[in-house]
Design a protein around this ligand. Sequence first.
Ligand code: AMP
Length: 408
Amino acid sequence: MTFEEFDLDEVLLSAIRKQSYNKPTPIQVAAIPLMLDRKDVLAGAATGTGKTAAFVLPALQYLLDEPKHSSRHPRILILSPTRELAFQIHKVVKNLGSYGNFPSVIITGGFKLNVQIDVLTRACDILIATPGRLAKLIEEDAVTLSYVEMVIIDEADRMLDMGQGPVVRALLDAIPGDFQAGLFSATLSGKGIEQFAEDILDEPEVVQVDAPNTKSEQIQQVVYLANDKAHKDALLKNILKDASCQSAIVFCNKKEKAIEVTEWLQSQNISAQVLHGDFTQATRLDKMNKFKANKIKVLVATDVAARGLDMLKITHVINYDMPFRGDMYIHRIGRTGRAQQVGIAINLVERHDLKHLERIEYHLEQKLPIEKISGLEPTFTIKEMEKKAAKKKRPKKAPAKKPKKAKR
Ligand code: AMP
């Protein structure tokens, strides 16, 4: 299948060629024709599958097919759970729309409201927004959804996780007319997402390209066992210093840990920067740009800070801490092995990480291979580790009850 086989305008095909997309990815093959047919679509697609272009191309084609004078009232609304993802989507809109006139505006939290109110006086066919900030700007009468004809909801599962469901429903209720809708989500199972889709979509076509609990073929996953923190640090250093590692993202569960790991790596002369949710948007973007430009080799990040990053050149994703849930694991490792590239996802597992590893393996329905680095082998096997962990978990014996005093 080629892009030329879709009913897309030359304006878009030229932009696709400029992006060097040779052929559509499976989600693009599945979703684009349905959306061009004006169907509502429920799409199960993990990050890294090319899902953004799968909805941006039909959205742009819609504007070409239904030309109107651009005004400040958006006709296409794209909702994203996070700022970073919103920026990423905006970039794709600009790239794929570069040969046409598709005025777009992005509004997310973290920026001054007044500035955004000003921006919203400009022409805007496509509005990309995070739900909370959009609701606020509607309250301020800075924007109306009365002219929206198409709605895309990206990473809907993440939105629900973040508690944005009610705001999104309220936003969509504010659209008076019929609209075409596309709902994209890494996972389609679960009562929350099913109900959400039912409320929003009208007789949707369902497409799923990558079962949410299966690993991407392009990502090689591996576990290294660590005796203790010092051993984990040594493994991390060894992996990052290896010639195969050109750019890496190291995940920690907490901000404090991310800072500690970054400082340690810097002390070992490894070019590393921390990325957590407390930084301003400008600082985060600055760090991300330096990373993309290869000025920083390693980003040590928390989950919040890393959402929506699109970094084609990441060779390694390393879980310094194992994430608590399977879907988080899939989101994390989706940072590598993006579109036609091969990546590696490494899990550093100490005894206290074992229960998370088990949960993730259960979610993936597969055991992850355990490997060793020569000179840095653990002093025990996973079986011994599990035994030790189980011993620790076993509750202490209840203290013997005091014998009741015999009644006289
Ligand atoms: P996404 O899942 O939308 O975040 O896309 C992941 C990466 O794949 C991005 O860097 C896109 O630029 C890239 N991409 C999207 N579609 C294609 C395609 N058809 N061929 C090659 N790369 C693509």
